[in-house]
Design a protein around this ligand. Sequence first.
Ligand SMILES: NC(=O)c1ccc[n+]([C@@H]2O[C@H](COP(=O)([O-])OP(=O)(O)OC[C@H]3O[C@@H](n4cnc5c(N)ncnc54)[C@H](OP(=O)(O)O)[C@@H]3O)[C@@H](O)[C@H]2O)c1
Length: 249
Amino acid sequence: MTVQLNGKIALVTGGSTGIGLAAAKDLASKGARVFITGRRQKELDEAVLAIGPAATGIRADVSVNSDLDQLYAQISKAAGKLDILFANAGGGDMLPLGAITAEHVDRIFGTNVRGLLFTVQKALPLLTEGASIILTSSTTSIKGTPNFSVYSASKAAVRNFARSWALDLKDRGIRVNAISPGPIRTPGLGGLVPEDAQQGLFDYLASQVPLGRLGEPKEVGEVVSFLASDAASFINGTELFVDGGQAQI
Ligand SMILES: NC(=O)c1ccc[n+]([C@@H]2O[C@H](COP(=O)([O-])OP(=O)(O)OC[C@H]3O[C@@H](n4cnc5c(N)ncnc54)[C@H](OP(=O)(O)O)[C@@H]3O)[C@@H](O)[C@H]2O)c1
C-alpha cells in the first residue's frame, strides 16, 4: 500500500515535539504541506527546521479560542483549505482521587477536551469534502490507571467525539477517527515523573507491552498518514490502537 498525500494541506496541533512532530514529518514526506502548532516558539522553530520547507509553524494554544481563530485565519490566507486535521495537542499529569484540584481538571479538560473540540469545530469552514480528521486519544480511554483518572477520562471523551462527529459530518464525507497510542517515547511521557525516575517508568511501561518495548513517535506518525490517506477511505469513527498490544490483553 502506497500512501501519497501530494497537494494535501494538513494541520497538526502539538506538532513541535513527540507524536505530533513525527506525524508532521511523515505527512510532509508523503507530499502534504503541513502547518504545525505549539505554545513554545523555540520548539516550534526547531520543528519547522526539522520537517523542512513543507512546514509552517504557527504559535497557538488550543485552549485559547482567540488563538484558534488567529490560527485558522492564517491557514485560510496561506492555503485556503484543509484536507487533514490531526488534533493531537494534549497531555496531563498525575493526581490520585482525594488530591484532585479544580485547576488540574480545568487544565487537562481545557486542552484535551475543550481545546480539541474547538480545534475541530473552528476548522469546519476550511475542511474540504472528504477530509480526514484524526484525534489523539490514548489506551487510557479504555483502561484504568492509578492517579491518572482525569487524563484518562479526557481521552475517553475524545474517543466518543470520533464516534459522534463521524455522524455530524457524514453529509460532507468527512471521516473522523481516533488514534490511541500506548506508551510512546516522547518528552510528554518522560515528563510524567522526575528525570531520575524516567528510566524506571520506561522499563515498567515496556514490561506491560506484549512487544516488550515502548513505541517510537515515528510508528504513530505513519499510522496518522495512513488514516489521512485514501488507503483508509472506508475507516470512519474507529479507535485505532498503536500500542504494541498493551490495551488488547
Ligand atoms: N507519549 C505517549 O505515551 C502517549 C500515549 C497516549 C496518548 N498520548 C497523547 O499524544 C499527544 C501528544 O503527546 P506526546 O507524548 O507527543 O507529548 P509531547 O512530546 O509533550 O508533545 C505535546 C505537544 O503538544 C503541544 N501542546 C501541549 N499543550 C498544548 C496546548 N494547550 N496548545 C497547543 N499545543 C500544545 C506541545 O507543545 P507546547 O508545550 O510548546 O505547547 C507539544 O508540541 C497528547 O494528546 C498525548 O495525550 C501520548
